[in-house]
Write a protein that binds this ligand. Structure first.
Ligand SMILES: Cc1cc2nc3c(=O)[nH]c(=O)nc-3n(C[C@H](O)[C@H](O)[C@H](O)COP(=O)(O)OP(=O)(O)OC[C@H]3O[C@@H](n4cnc5c(N)ncnc54)[C@H](O)[C@@H]3O)c2cc1C
Ligand code: SF4
Length: 450
Protein backbone atom coordinates (compact mmCIF):
# COMPACT_ATOMS: atom_id res chain seq x y z
CA UNK A 1 0.00 0.00 0.00
CA UNK A 2 2.73 2.50 0.84
CA UNK A 3 3.46 4.95 -1.94
CA UNK A 4 -0.04 4.87 -3.47
CA UNK A 5 -1.81 8.20 -3.86
CA UNK A 6 -4.33 8.91 -1.11
CA UNK A 7 -7.85 9.37 -2.40
CA UNK A 8 -8.94 12.48 -0.50
CA UNK A 9 -11.19 14.83 -2.44
CA UNK A 10 -14.06 17.29 -2.07
CA UNK A 11 -17.33 17.03 -3.96
CA UNK A 12 -17.92 13.28 -3.73
CA UNK A 13 -21.64 14.10 -3.66
CA UNK A 14 -23.60 16.95 -5.22
CA UNK A 15 -24.47 19.99 -3.12
CA UNK A 16 -28.13 18.89 -3.16
CA UNK A 17 -27.26 15.40 -1.87
CA UNK A 18 -25.13 16.89 0.87
CA UNK A 19 -27.89 19.28 1.87
CA UNK A 20 -30.27 16.33 2.15
CA UNK A 21 -27.74 14.33 4.17
CA UNK A 22 -27.21 17.17 6.63
CA UNK A 23 -30.88 18.05 7.12
CA UNK A 24 -32.37 18.25 10.64
CA UNK A 25 -32.00 14.83 12.35
CA UNK A 26 -35.08 15.32 14.54
CA UNK A 27 -37.36 17.72 12.64
CA UNK A 28 -39.74 19.85 14.74
CA UNK A 29 -43.17 18.50 15.69
CA UNK A 30 -46.24 20.03 14.09
CA UNK A 31 -48.79 21.35 16.62
CA UNK A 32 -51.07 18.30 16.29
CA UNK A 33 -48.10 15.93 16.67
CA UNK A 34 -47.00 17.83 19.78
CA UNK A 35 -50.49 17.54 21.30
CA UNK A 36 -50.57 13.81 20.57
CA UNK A 37 -47.10 13.38 22.08
CA UNK A 38 -48.09 15.41 25.16
CA UNK A 39 -51.21 13.25 25.58
CA UNK A 40 -49.01 10.20 26.13
CA UNK A 41 -47.54 11.66 29.36
CA UNK A 42 -48.90 10.08 32.57
CA UNK A 43 -47.89 13.21 34.58
CA UNK A 44 -46.23 11.00 37.16
CA UNK A 45 -45.85 12.27 40.69
CA UNK A 46 -42.10 12.34 41.56
CA UNK A 47 -41.50 11.87 37.86
CA UNK A 48 -38.49 9.68 37.06
CA UNK A 49 -37.81 11.65 33.87
CA UNK A 50 -37.23 14.82 35.89
CA UNK A 51 -34.77 12.98 38.16
CA UNK A 52 -33.00 11.66 35.07
CA UNK A 53 -32.60 15.12 33.54
CA UNK A 54 -29.24 16.53 34.69
CA UNK A 55 -30.79 20.02 34.84
CA UNK A 56 -33.89 18.81 36.72
CA UNK A 57 -36.46 20.29 34.33
CA UNK A 58 -40.01 19.69 35.62
CA UNK A 59 -40.94 17.64 32.58
CA UNK A 60 -44.56 16.69 33.43
CA UNK A 61 -45.25 20.34 34.20
CA UNK A 62 -43.99 21.65 30.87
CA UNK A 63 -45.79 18.87 29.00
CA UNK A 64 -49.01 19.75 30.83
CA UNK A 65 -48.54 23.38 29.75
CA UNK A 66 -48.16 22.29 26.13
CA UNK A 67 -51.30 20.23 26.47
CA UNK A 68 -53.27 23.21 27.72
CA UNK A 69 -51.90 25.48 24.98
CA UNK A 70 -49.67 27.51 27.33
CA UNK A 71 -46.46 27.43 25.30
CA UNK A 72 -44.97 30.38 27.19
CA UNK A 73 -45.50 28.57 30.49
CA UNK A 74 -43.86 25.47 29.04
CA UNK A 75 -40.86 27.44 27.77
CA UNK A 76 -40.52 29.21 31.11
CA UNK A 77 -40.50 25.90 33.00
CA UNK A 78 -37.76 24.57 30.72
CA UNK A 79 -35.56 27.65 30.41
CA UNK A 80 -35.66 28.52 34.11
CA UNK A 81 -33.77 25.27 34.78
CA UNK A 82 -31.85 25.05 31.54
CA UNK A 83 -31.27 28.20 29.50
CA UNK A 84 -29.97 25.99 26.69
CA UNK A 85 -33.18 23.97 26.63
CA UNK A 86 -33.36 24.62 22.88
CA UNK A 87 -29.96 23.09 22.15
CA UNK A 88 -30.41 20.29 24.69
CA UNK A 89 -33.70 19.37 22.98
CA UNK A 90 -31.60 18.73 19.87
CA UNK A 91 -28.46 17.13 21.29
CA UNK A 92 -29.24 15.41 24.59
CA UNK A 93 -28.85 11.64 24.33
CA UNK A 94 -32.42 11.41 25.67
CA UNK A 95 -32.36 7.63 25.20
CA UNK A 96 -30.02 7.39 28.19
CA UNK A 97 -31.43 10.39 30.13
CA UNK A 98 -35.04 11.58 30.52
CA UNK A 99 -36.63 9.28 27.94
CA UNK A 100 -34.92 6.19 29.31
CA UNK A 101 -36.64 6.85 32.65
CA UNK A 102 -40.11 7.34 31.12
CA UNK A 103 -42.61 4.83 32.58
CA UNK A 104 -44.15 4.41 29.12
CA UNK A 105 -41.12 2.18 28.41
CA UNK A 106 -42.47 -0.43 30.83
CA UNK A 107 -45.64 -1.41 28.97
CA UNK A 108 -44.88 0.00 25.57
CA UNK A 109 -41.64 0.19 23.74
CA UNK A 110 -41.73 3.92 23.29
CA UNK A 111 -41.18 6.75 25.77
CA UNK A 112 -42.87 10.14 25.58
CA UNK A 113 -41.01 12.21 22.98
CA UNK A 114 -39.62 14.57 25.64
CA UNK A 115 -36.77 16.04 23.59
CA UNK A 116 -38.95 17.05 20.69
CA UNK A 117 -41.67 18.42 22.99
CA UNK A 118 -39.00 20.52 24.66
CA UNK A 119 -37.99 21.84 21.25
CA UNK A 120 -41.64 22.53 20.40
CA UNK A 121 -41.97 24.69 23.51
CA UNK A 122 -38.71 26.63 23.25
CA UNK A 123 -38.28 27.21 19.50
CA UNK A 124 -40.88 30.02 19.24
CA UNK A 125 -39.09 32.07 21.92
CA UNK A 126 -35.67 31.60 20.38
CA UNK A 127 -37.17 32.58 17.01
CA UNK A 128 -38.96 35.71 18.25
CA UNK A 129 -36.31 36.67 20.81
CA UNK A 130 -39.02 37.19 23.45
CA UNK A 131 -37.27 37.28 26.83
CA UNK A 132 -38.86 35.29 29.66
CA UNK A 133 -36.55 36.52 32.41
CA UNK A 134 -35.66 39.90 33.86
CA UNK A 135 -32.43 41.05 35.42
CA UNK A 136 -32.40 41.91 39.11
CA UNK A 137 -31.15 45.32 40.24
CA UNK A 138 -27.39 45.73 39.56
CA UNK A 139 -25.38 44.25 42.42
CA UNK A 140 -22.18 46.15 41.64
CA UNK A 141 -20.29 42.83 41.54
CA UNK A 142 -18.16 41.72 38.56
CA UNK A 143 -17.50 38.14 37.54
CA UNK A 144 -15.09 36.84 34.91
CA UNK A 145 -16.25 33.77 32.99
CA UNK A 146 -13.46 32.06 31.06
CA UNK A 147 -14.87 30.11 28.13
CA UNK A 148 -18.00 30.77 26.09
CA UNK A 149 -19.34 27.22 25.73
CA UNK A 150 -22.50 25.81 27.38
CA UNK A 151 -20.99 25.94 30.90
CA UNK A 152 -19.75 29.53 30.54
CA UNK A 153 -22.94 30.80 28.89
CA UNK A 154 -25.22 29.12 31.40
CA UNK A 155 -23.24 30.56 34.31
CA UNK A 156 -23.12 34.03 32.71
CA UNK A 157 -26.87 34.06 32.06
CA UNK A 158 -27.79 33.06 35.61
CA UNK A 159 -25.35 35.58 37.10
CA UNK A 160 -26.71 38.32 34.83
CA UNK A 161 -30.27 37.47 35.93
CA UNK A 162 -29.12 37.84 39.53
CA UNK A 163 -27.91 41.38 38.77
CA UNK A 164 -24.18 40.80 38.47
CA UNK A 165 -21.99 42.19 35.68
CA UNK A 166 -20.32 39.41 33.70
CA UNK A 167 -17.44 39.42 31.24
CA UNK A 168 -16.98 36.29 29.14
CA UNK A 169 -13.41 35.83 27.91
CA UNK A 170 -13.19 33.22 25.22
CA UNK A 171 -10.61 31.83 22.83
CA UNK A 172 -12.60 31.12 19.67
CA UNK A 173 -13.90 33.72 17.26
CA UNK A 174 -17.50 32.76 17.99
CA UNK A 175 -19.10 32.10 21.36
CA UNK A 176 -20.96 28.79 21.82
CA UNK A 177 -18.10 26.35 22.39
CA UNK A 178 -18.72 22.90 20.98
CA UNK A 179 -22.36 23.81 20.25
CA UNK A 180 -20.85 25.95 17.50
CA UNK A 181 -17.72 23.92 16.64
CA UNK A 182 -18.38 20.32 17.71
CA UNK A 183 -21.96 19.04 17.70
CA UNK A 184 -22.84 17.13 14.52
CA UNK A 185 -24.12 19.48 11.83
CA UNK A 186 -27.40 17.54 11.34
CA UNK A 187 -28.30 17.99 15.02
CA UNK A 188 -28.18 21.79 14.93
CA UNK A 189 -29.15 23.20 11.56
CA UNK A 190 -29.89 26.80 10.48
CA UNK A 191 -27.22 28.41 12.64
CA UNK A 192 -29.20 27.48 15.76
CA UNK A 193 -26.13 27.64 18.03
CA UNK A 194 -25.55 31.32 17.25
CA UNK A 195 -29.25 32.15 17.51
CA UNK A 196 -29.30 30.62 20.97
CA UNK A 197 -26.16 32.53 22.01
CA UNK A 198 -27.88 35.72 20.81
CA UNK A 199 -30.94 34.91 22.92
CA UNK A 200 -28.84 34.25 26.02
CA UNK A 201 -26.77 37.42 25.69
CA UNK A 202 -29.87 39.54 25.07
CA UNK A 203 -30.64 39.35 28.80
CA UNK A 204 -28.05 42.15 29.13
CA UNK A 205 -25.21 42.65 31.58
CA UNK A 206 -22.87 40.24 29.74
CA UNK A 207 -19.85 41.59 27.90
CA UNK A 208 -18.08 39.21 25.52
CA UNK A 209 -14.39 39.33 24.60
CA UNK A 210 -13.30 36.73 22.08
CA UNK A 211 -9.81 35.82 20.86
CA UNK A 212 -8.35 35.88 24.38
CA UNK A 213 -6.99 32.88 26.21
CA UNK A 214 -6.19 31.84 29.71
CA UNK A 215 -2.55 30.86 29.53
CA UNK A 216 -2.10 33.57 26.87
CA UNK A 217 -3.24 37.15 27.50
CA UNK A 218 -5.15 36.14 30.66
CA UNK A 219 -3.69 35.03 33.97
CA UNK A 220 -5.84 33.50 36.67
CA UNK A 221 -4.02 35.40 39.42
CA UNK A 222 -4.77 38.70 37.68
CA UNK A 223 -8.43 37.79 37.06
CA UNK A 224 -8.83 36.89 40.73
CA UNK A 225 -7.52 40.34 41.67
CA UNK A 226 -9.62 42.26 39.11
CA UNK A 227 -12.95 40.44 39.56
CA UNK A 228 -15.06 39.44 42.55
CA UNK A 229 -15.22 35.86 41.31
CA UNK A 230 -14.01 33.73 38.40
CA UNK A 231 -15.72 30.81 36.64
CA UNK A 232 -13.49 28.54 34.55
CA UNK A 233 -15.24 26.78 31.66
CA UNK A 234 -12.48 26.21 29.12
CA UNK A 235 -13.57 22.76 27.95
CA UNK A 236 -10.99 20.26 26.80
CA UNK A 237 -8.07 20.46 24.38
CA UNK A 238 -7.38 18.32 21.33
CA UNK A 239 -8.00 14.59 21.29
CA UNK A 240 -5.53 12.28 22.98
CA UNK A 241 -2.62 10.84 21.03
CA UNK A 242 -2.61 7.21 19.93
CA UNK A 243 0.97 6.86 21.11
CA UNK A 244 2.10 5.24 17.84
CA UNK A 245 5.01 5.90 15.50
CA UNK A 246 3.91 7.76 12.37
CA UNK A 247 0.73 9.09 13.91
CA UNK A 248 1.74 12.56 12.72
CA UNK A 249 1.68 11.43 9.07
CA UNK A 250 -0.49 13.59 6.81
CA UNK A 251 -3.97 12.10 6.72
CA UNK A 252 -4.05 11.18 10.42
CA UNK A 253 -6.41 13.82 11.75
CA UNK A 254 -7.83 15.00 15.09
CA UNK A 255 -11.56 14.25 14.66
CA UNK A 256 -12.62 17.28 16.73
CA UNK A 257 -10.60 19.62 14.52
CA UNK A 258 -12.11 18.17 11.35
CA UNK A 259 -15.63 18.47 12.75
CA UNK A 260 -14.93 22.11 13.63
CA UNK A 261 -13.90 22.75 10.00
CA UNK A 262 -17.01 20.98 8.79
CA UNK A 263 -19.24 23.02 11.08
CA UNK A 264 -17.72 26.27 9.83
CA UNK A 265 -17.57 25.33 6.12
CA UNK A 266 -19.81 27.65 4.08
CA UNK A 267 -20.14 24.90 1.45
CA UNK A 268 -19.71 21.33 2.72
CA UNK A 269 -19.36 19.94 -0.79
CA UNK A 270 -15.94 21.65 -0.95
CA UNK A 271 -14.64 19.88 2.12
CA UNK A 272 -12.11 17.15 1.24
CA UNK A 273 -13.08 13.71 2.50
CA UNK A 274 -11.30 10.35 2.18
CA UNK A 275 -12.69 7.53 0.05
CA UNK A 276 -11.75 5.03 2.78
CA UNK A 277 -11.98 6.37 6.32
CA UNK A 278 -10.90 4.66 9.53
CA UNK A 279 -12.02 6.13 12.85
CA UNK A 280 -10.33 5.07 16.07
CA UNK A 281 -12.49 5.51 19.18
CA UNK A 282 -15.89 4.58 20.60
CA UNK A 283 -17.53 7.77 21.84
CA UNK A 284 -19.82 10.43 20.41
CA UNK A 285 -16.94 12.08 18.53
CA UNK A 286 -16.07 8.81 16.79
CA UNK A 287 -19.68 8.30 15.70
CA UNK A 288 -20.07 11.92 14.60
CA UNK A 289 -16.95 12.01 12.46
CA UNK A 290 -17.80 8.64 10.91
CA UNK A 291 -21.40 9.55 10.09
CA UNK A 292 -20.46 12.97 8.75
CA UNK A 293 -17.70 11.47 6.56
CA UNK A 294 -20.22 9.04 5.12
CA UNK A 295 -22.72 11.83 4.57
CA UNK A 296 -20.02 13.81 2.72
CA UNK A 297 -19.62 10.85 0.39
CA UNK A 298 -16.86 8.62 1.84
CA UNK A 299 -17.28 5.16 0.33
CA UNK A 300 -16.04 2.98 3.15
CA UNK A 301 -16.06 4.11 6.78
CA UNK A 302 -15.04 1.88 9.69
CA UNK A 303 -14.97 2.67 13.40
CA UNK A 304 -12.56 0.52 15.37
CA UNK A 305 -13.02 0.35 19.13
CA UNK A 306 -10.77 -1.49 21.56
CA UNK A 307 -13.58 -2.95 23.70
CA UNK A 308 -17.12 -4.28 23.14
CA UNK A 309 -20.37 -2.67 22.07
CA UNK A 310 -21.55 -2.27 25.69
CA UNK A 311 -18.47 -0.30 26.69
CA UNK A 312 -18.76 2.23 23.86
CA UNK A 313 -19.29 5.79 25.08
CA UNK A 314 -21.72 6.38 22.21
CA UNK A 315 -25.32 5.46 23.02
CA UNK A 316 -27.21 2.68 21.24
CA UNK A 317 -29.11 5.31 19.27
CA UNK A 318 -25.84 6.83 18.04
CA UNK A 319 -24.45 3.40 17.13
CA UNK A 320 -27.65 2.55 15.23
CA UNK A 321 -27.50 5.89 13.44
CA UNK A 322 -23.96 5.14 12.24
CA UNK A 323 -24.74 1.59 11.18
CA UNK A 324 -27.91 2.77 9.45
CA UNK A 325 -25.68 5.06 7.40
CA UNK A 326 -23.48 2.12 6.41
CA UNK A 327 -20.63 2.74 8.88
CA UNK A 328 -18.97 -0.52 9.97
CA UNK A 329 -18.19 -0.81 13.69
CA UNK A 330 -15.42 -3.25 14.61
CA UNK A 331 -15.09 -4.04 18.31
CA UNK A 332 -12.22 -5.53 20.26
CA UNK A 333 -9.21 -4.23 18.32
CA UNK A 334 -6.55 -1.62 19.00
CA UNK A 335 -4.21 0.15 16.59
CA UNK A 336 -0.58 -0.95 16.67
CA UNK A 337 0.90 0.77 13.61
CA UNK A 338 0.00 3.62 11.29
CA UNK A 339 1.04 2.67 7.76
CA UNK A 340 2.35 4.93 4.99
CA UNK A 341 5.44 6.91 3.93
CA UNK A 342 4.33 10.38 2.93
CA UNK A 343 0.61 10.00 3.72
CA UNK A 344 -1.36 7.48 5.72
CA UNK A 345 -2.36 4.40 3.73
CA UNK A 346 -3.78 2.23 6.46
CA UNK A 347 -3.68 1.06 10.05
CA UNK A 348 -2.57 -2.21 11.51
CA UNK A 349 -4.66 -3.48 14.44
CA UNK A 350 -4.29 -6.17 17.05
CA UNK A 351 -7.41 -7.98 18.28
CA UNK A 352 -8.12 -7.52 21.98
CA UNK A 353 -10.10 -9.17 24.75
CA UNK A 354 -10.94 -8.54 28.39
CA UNK A 355 -8.44 -10.47 30.49
CA UNK A 356 -8.24 -10.94 34.26
CA UNK A 357 -10.30 -8.33 36.10
CA UNK A 358 -11.48 -6.90 32.78
CA UNK A 359 -8.02 -5.62 31.90
CA UNK A 360 -7.58 -5.14 28.16
CA UNK A 361 -5.09 -7.49 26.54
CA UNK A 362 -3.99 -8.28 23.00
CA UNK A 363 -4.80 -11.70 21.50
CA UNK A 364 -1.79 -11.64 19.14
CA UNK A 365 -4.04 -11.75 16.05
CA UNK A 366 -3.58 -8.83 13.67
CA UNK A 367 -5.37 -7.28 10.70
CA UNK A 368 -4.97 -4.20 8.53
CA UNK A 369 -7.50 -1.68 7.27
CA UNK A 370 -6.63 0.46 4.25
CA UNK A 371 -7.35 4.13 4.72
CA UNK A 372 -7.04 7.47 2.95
CA UNK A 373 -7.90 9.29 6.18
CA UNK A 374 -7.59 8.12 9.79
CA UNK A 375 -9.48 10.02 12.46
CA UNK A 376 -8.29 9.96 16.04
CA UNK A 377 -11.27 10.13 18.39
CA UNK A 378 -10.03 8.49 21.56
CA UNK A 379 -11.11 11.10 24.05
CA UNK A 380 -10.00 14.61 24.82
CA UNK A 381 -7.88 15.99 27.58
CA UNK A 382 -7.28 19.34 29.22
CA UNK A 383 -3.70 20.41 28.53
CA UNK A 384 -1.75 22.27 31.19
CA UNK A 385 -0.87 25.01 28.68
CA UNK A 386 -4.59 25.73 28.43
CA UNK A 387 -4.65 26.73 32.07
CA UNK A 388 -1.22 28.37 31.93
CA UNK A 389 0.23 29.22 35.32
CA UNK A 390 -3.20 28.41 36.79
CA UNK A 391 -2.43 24.69 36.53
CA UNK A 392 0.20 25.16 39.24
CA UNK A 393 -2.22 26.74 41.72
CA UNK A 394 -5.41 24.77 41.05
CA UNK A 395 -6.00 21.26 42.31
CA UNK A 396 -6.21 18.99 39.29
CA UNK A 397 -7.41 15.36 39.34
CA UNK A 398 -6.50 13.06 36.44
CA UNK A 399 -5.90 16.03 34.18
CA UNK A 400 -9.11 17.89 35.05
CA UNK A 401 -9.90 20.64 37.55
CA UNK A 402 -11.10 19.31 40.92
CA UNK A 403 -14.36 20.88 42.20
CA UNK A 404 -16.77 20.30 45.09
CA UNK A 405 -20.55 19.88 44.81
CA UNK A 406 -20.94 23.65 44.32
CA UNK A 407 -18.36 23.55 41.52
CA UNK A 408 -15.89 25.44 43.69
CA UNK A 409 -12.21 24.81 43.00
CA UNK A 410 -9.38 24.68 45.50
CA UNK A 411 -9.03 28.48 45.18
CA UNK A 412 -11.05 30.93 47.22
CA UNK A 413 -12.99 32.83 44.59
CA UNK A 414 -12.70 30.46 41.64
CA UNK A 415 -15.39 28.03 40.42
CA UNK A 416 -15.23 25.72 37.41
CA UNK A 417 -17.60 23.59 35.35
CA UNK A 418 -18.27 21.72 32.14
CA UNK A 419 -15.87 19.36 30.43
CA UNK A 420 -12.78 20.82 32.11
CA UNK A 421 -13.77 19.55 35.57
CA UNK A 422 -13.23 16.10 37.00
CA UNK A 423 -16.10 13.66 37.33
CA UNK A 424 -18.40 15.09 34.67
CA UNK A 425 -20.30 13.30 31.91
CA UNK A 426 -19.04 15.51 29.07
CA UNK A 427 -22.48 16.42 27.76
CA UNK A 428 -23.99 19.78 26.85
CA UNK A 429 -26.72 19.38 29.46
CA UNK A 430 -24.28 18.61 32.30
CA UNK A 431 -22.15 21.62 31.32
CA UNK A 432 -25.27 23.80 31.51
CA UNK A 433 -26.06 22.39 34.94
CA UNK A 434 -22.51 23.05 36.17
CA UNK A 435 -22.77 26.66 35.04
CA UNK A 436 -26.11 27.05 36.82
CA UNK A 437 -24.91 25.51 40.08
CA UNK A 438 -21.72 27.58 40.06
CA UNK A 439 -23.65 30.81 39.40
CA UNK A 440 -25.91 30.14 42.39
CA UNK A 441 -22.88 29.39 44.58
CA UNK A 442 -21.05 32.50 43.38
CA UNK A 443 -24.12 34.63 44.08
CA UNK A 444 -24.34 33.24 47.62
CA UNK A 445 -20.62 33.81 48.17
CA UNK A 446 -20.87 37.42 46.96
CA UNK A 447 -23.87 38.18 49.16
CA UNK A 448 -22.17 36.78 52.25
CA UNK A 449 -18.74 38.24 51.54
CA UNK A 450 -20.14 41.76 52.00
C1 LIG B 1 -17.54 16.10 18.35
C2 LIG B 1 -18.37 16.26 19.58
C3 LIG B 1 -19.73 15.98 19.52
C4 LIG B 1 -20.50 16.12 20.66
N1 LIG B 1 -21.83 15.84 20.57
C5 LIG B 1 -22.59 15.96 21.67
C6 LIG B 1 -23.99 15.67 21.61
O1 LIG B 1 -24.52 15.29 20.58
N2 LIG B 1 -24.71 15.83 22.74
C7 LIG B 1 -24.17 16.26 23.91
O2 LIG B 1 -24.87 16.41 24.91
N3 LIG B 1 -22.85 16.53 24.00
C8 LIG B 1 -22.05 16.40 22.91
N4 LIG B 1 -20.72 16.66 22.98
C9 LIG B 1 -20.17 17.13 24.28
C10 LIG B 1 -20.49 18.61 24.51
O3 LIG B 1 -20.31 19.34 23.31
C11 LIG B 1 -19.61 19.16 25.63
O4 LIG B 1 -19.80 18.35 26.76
C12 LIG B 1 -19.96 20.61 25.98
O5 LIG B 1 -19.82 21.45 24.87
C13 LIG B 1 -19.03 21.09 27.11
O6 LIG B 1 -19.24 22.44 27.33
P1 LIG B 1 -18.09 23.35 27.97
O7 LIG B 1 -18.69 24.70 28.11
O8 LIG B 1 -17.53 22.71 29.15
O9 LIG B 1 -16.90 23.35 26.91
P2 LIG B 1 -16.81 23.75 25.38
O10 LIG B 1 -18.09 23.61 24.68
O11 LIG B 1 -15.64 23.01 24.85
O12 LIG B 1 -16.45 25.31 25.43
C14 LIG B 1 -15.19 25.75 25.88
C15 LIG B 1 -15.07 27.25 25.66
O13 LIG B 1 -13.84 27.69 26.21
C16 LIG B 1 -13.11 28.47 25.27
N5 LIG B 1 -11.69 28.23 25.59
C17 LIG B 1 -10.98 27.10 25.42
N6 LIG B 1 -9.73 27.24 25.89
C18 LIG B 1 -9.67 28.50 26.38
C19 LIG B 1 -8.66 29.26 27.03
N7 LIG B 1 -7.46 28.75 27.27
N8 LIG B 1 -8.94 30.56 27.38
C20 LIG B 1 -10.17 31.08 27.14
N9 LIG B 1 -11.15 30.40 26.55
C21 LIG B 1 -10.92 29.13 26.19
C22 LIG B 1 -13.56 27.95 23.92
O14 LIG B 1 -13.39 28.97 22.95
C23 LIG B 1 -15.04 27.66 24.20
O15 LIG B 1 -15.81 28.84 24.05
C24 LIG B 1 -19.91 16.54 21.87
C25 LIG B 1 -18.54 16.82 21.93
C26 LIG B 1 -17.78 16.67 20.80
C27 LIG B 1 -16.30 16.94 20.87
S1 SF4 C 1 -32.51 18.84 29.02
FE1 SF4 C 1 -32.07 16.93 27.96
S2 SF4 C 1 -32.24 15.34 29.56
FE2 SF4 C 1 -33.25 17.20 30.35
S3 SF4 C 1 -35.44 16.94 29.78
FE3 SF4 C 1 -34.45 18.12 28.16
S4 SF4 C 1 -33.88 16.62 26.59
FE4 SF4 C 1 -34.26 15.48 28.52
Amino acid sequence: MSGTQPDVAPGRLSAAEIERNFADLHPPLAKSEALNAADRCYFCYAAPCTSACPTGIDIPRFIQSIRSGDIEGAAHTILSENIMGGMCARVCPTEVLCEQACVRNVHEDKPVDIGRLQRHATDPFLASGTQLFERAEPSGRRIAVIGGGPAGLSCAHRLACLGHAVTIFSRDGKVGGLNEYGIAAYKTVDDFAQREVGYILAIGGIEVRTGVTLGGQLSLARLCRDYDAVFLAVGLAGVNRLGLNSEDLPGVIDAVQYIAELRQAPDKSRLPVGRRVVVIGGGMTAIDVAVQSKRLGAEDVAIVYRRGKEQMGASQFEQDLAQGDGVRIKHWARPTRVLGDTHVTGVEFECTRAGDGGKLEGTGQAFTLDADIVFKAIGQEISSDKLGAASAILRVVRGRIAVDANRKTSLDNVWAGGDCVAGGKDLTVTAVQDGKIAAQAIDKYLRFSG
